[in-house]
Design a protein around this ligand. Structure first.
Ligand code: A2P
Length: 321
């Protein structure tokens, strides 16, 4: 059976491998999700911001797999941090996915964009306030203290709209700040970029110590990750186990106690990515060494698209500064 991780919230466990849907084109993602679920995946990772949740929902429906068998995650976008928008946002996600509840709802980023939308209306990108240079304006106060947004997310659990809540793209200090605030529910997961080129060992160790599950997006290094999947160390281990390089990168993450969310819209790759192998201690150490052997690199850093300049990875994330 597929491996899974316990969440601090109890209840349904989270399968250690989920299908990522970031950058999956609308015309391709329904088939990808359907194929994944029909071939053993039980975990789908989505977000309002990806703009393809209706197609993901179509794939879930067409798979015929029962709702309760699937673990579905989505994320509260940075346009929707105002407490009055949080419930509207999850309801829009649920409508698009065609579901009655999520298993996990994450605060997508520790940033909040300034919006101007009529009362009772869920803001879209068209409601974003822009600076003169075209960059998006941040509401820095609400980004620096996410407690009001988090409290609104806690209510979603009480209402049964999601089983658990967590965060995404938070560094250690930002999670610490949230834990120190007057909150009822602790985040159960932190989804961040994690891969052999972005290993984040400090963050992973700290999260595990605090019973927060680290989840990996871009686990294969994203669209430009071919050199990682084909790296000679990875390829040699893959050859021994007779699997794809991608399978080795995913197996390494799982052995580090991380939930992996590889994205693919290609049937054969979707199948390969669900496999994981039991790495020997020696193989694991070779991969650990590889992860330390080059400067950490991020696939996703949207810091410079905001005004005023605001480093979303600032503090305690020095290895990336
Ligand atoms: P595609 O979706 O066209 O199949 P990440 O999960 O790190 O973001 O990586 C996603 C990228 O890696 C996508 O470009 C995806 O392409 C590609 N990819 C996913 N799985 C594999 C695989 N098993 N082998 C090679 N490329 C893969």
């Amino acid at each position: 059976a597929q491996q899974s991780f316990k969440l601090a919230s109890g209840g349904k466990q989270i399968p250690s491998i989920g299908l990522g849907t970031w950058q999956s084109a609308k015309g391709e993602v329904a088939k990808a999700v359907e194929h994944a679920l029909k071939n053993g995946y039980r975990h789908i990772d989505c977000a309002w911001a990806y703009g393809n949740e209706a197609e993901v929902g179509e794939g879930i429906k067409n798979s015929g797999v029962a709702r309760e068998e699937i673990f579905v995650t989505s994320k509260l976008f940075e346009l929707h941090h105002h407490p009055e928008h949080v419930e509207l946002a999850i309801k829009d996600t649920l409508k698009n996915l065609g579901l009655e509840y999520l298993d996990l709802y994450l605060m997508h980023w520790n940033i909040n964009l300034q919006v101007d939308a009529p009362e009772g209306v869920l803001p879209t990108q068209d409601h974003t306030i822009k600076a003169e240079n075209g960059k998006k304006k941040l509401d820095v106060a609400l980004a620096d203290d996410v407690t009001p947004t988090w409290k609104a997310m806690e209510k979603l659990v009480d209402q049964g709209l999601t089983r658990a809540i967590g965060v995404s793209n938070f560094n250690i200090n930002r999670v610490k700040k949230l834990l120190a605030a007057d909150i009822k529910i602790k985040p159960v997961a932190n989804q961040v970029e994690l891969s052999i080129q972005c290993p984040q060992p400090e963050l992973v160790a700290w999260l595990k110590k605090n019973d927060i599950l680290p989840c990996a997006y871009s686990p294969l290094g994203g669209t430009d990750g071919q050199h990682l999947r084909e790296h000679k160390t990875v390829a040699a281990i893959a050859k021994k186990h007779d699997v794809h390089g991608a399978t080795i990168l995913i197996s390494w993450l799982i052995k580090r106690g991380i939930c992996a969310l590889p994205k693919s819209v290609t049937a054969s790759r979707i199948d390969a990515n669900l496999k994981s192998v039991d790495l020997s201690e020696e193989e694991f150490q070779q991969l650990e060494e590889l992860s330390k052997s080059h400067p950490p690199k991020r696939v996703c850093d949207q810091s410079d698209s905001f005004e005023p300049f605001y480093d979303i990875y600032q503090e305690n994330d020095k290895e990336f500064s």
